[in-house]
Ligand binder design. Structure first.
Ligand code: TXA
Ligand code: MG
Length: 331
């Protein structure tokens, strides 16, 4: 515990808010806080009641487990079995946008609600200085899903959190826009096998440079009854407007999300990256979806057309989120 360090550049006001956030968490409350990927809705990972409150605030199905955030690799290793391959991933990517799904240690006191009935736990060491300061102020690992109502677009700013969860969270820490902009990559490590459960902020090629080829979730049994990846919830990250993918130009009743040069006929549009840069596109993705959804509602447009985005690097995660935004709604 102790005082928050390394935040002198962020100002005394934020440091004081982080201290207050730590107290709220120790008392079993919820705090929204920035990570480098997206904003998270954080609670004490040892506290069953606090985790139940996360599920309630998000309106989240009970079977969808939570990621637990730690200040360091050694803190995470106290709760899960770190195989040599898992340790290699952790050394290469932590702190950063990678989540590892590993077997729980039998001695782990992390709330069973974080695992939602599985014998595994998703663990991550985030890089964001505000989230790290919150971990230190709270003095406990933090379970944190993205801070949005279940199924809605993820938040990459404090304003997004306020718009989506408003009165359902005691305090929102504002750390500015999330720099990565898409959620962490989730890899399940079974001994020497690594399965990519969710593409995200750590690109596949970077992971494969460490571990060799990753097994795709498609190669696993897709009809398995238990949720193994968020990908099994088809409609996710959904704006209210209907979404049409790989569109070279918008129809008259559509707003447009461009990538690279925007087509002349686009009137209501935003650009993920005018220069076609995938890192910039990932950082803009959710903010643009939030804004375009509002633009549709205000201008009587019924849909949102999206430019083709390449699938290399961060493009894999961007295309994954866009495909879910476009999937038939499950209600
Ligand atoms: O970047 C991120 O990962 C953000 C920030 C806040 O850390 N968090 C995030 O959490 O995206 P969430 O809850 O929105 O998505 C995490 C996904 C869940 O949808 C769940 O399906 C999967 O991780 N997950 C969690 N625990 C798991 C487990 N034990 N096995 C398989 N999948 C798991
Ligand atoms: Mg989420």
């Amino acid at each position: 515990m102790g005082s928050v360090q390394g935040l002198s550049s962020m100002g005394a006001e934020l440091a004081a808010e982080i201290e207050r956030a730590g107290e709220i968490i120790r008392a079993g409350g919820l705090v929204a806080a920035p990570t480098e990927t997206v904003y998270g809705l954080a609670a004490d990972a040892f506290n069953d009641h606090a985790l139940a409150a996360i599920y309630a605030a998000k309106g989240r199905p009970q079977f969808n487990p939570l990621i637990v955030h730690f200040p360091s690799l050694s803190a995470a290793a106290a709760e899960v079995e770190m195989s040599p391959l898992a340790a290699e991933f952790a050394a290469a990517f932590w702190p950063g946008p990678l989540t590892l799904v590993l077997r729980r240690k039998p001695t782990s006191r992390i709330s069973k609600l974080a695992s939602a009935g599985l014998d595994t736990l998703a663990v991550r060491v985030p890089a964001h200085p505000v989230f790290q300061a919150l971990l230190s102020a709270a003095g406990t690992p933090l379970a944190a899903p993205s801070a949005n109502p279940s199924g809605a677009v993820s938040p990459t700013s404090a304003a997004h959190v306020r718009a989506g969860l408003a009165d359902r969270v005691a305090l929102i820490l504002d750390g500015g826009p999330s720099s990565v902009g898409v959620e962490s990559t989730i890899v399940k490590v079974d001994d020497d096998k690594a399965v990519l459960l969710r593409p995200g902020g750590a690109p596949r090629a970077a992971l494969e440079a460490v571990a060799g080829a990753l097994v795709s979730p498609q190669a696993i049994d897709r009809s398995a009854p238990k949720i193994e990846a968020p990908g099994m919830l088809e409609s996710h990250y959904a704006p209210r407007a209907r979404v049409r993918l790989d569109a070279d130009a918008p129809h008259v009743d559509e707003a447009y999300l461009a990538f690279g040069p925007a087509p002349a006929e686009a009137r209501f549009y935003l650009n993920l990256s005018a220069k076609g840069d995938l890192t910039e596109a990932a950082a803009n993705l959710f903010a643009h979806l939030h804004t375009l959804d509002k633009m549709c509602a205000e201008n009587g447009l019924t849909g949102l057309a999206v430019a083709p985005v390449p699938s290399d690097g961060l493009g894999e995660a961007i295309r994954d989120r866009l495909a879910r935004a476009a999937a038939p709604r499950t209600g």
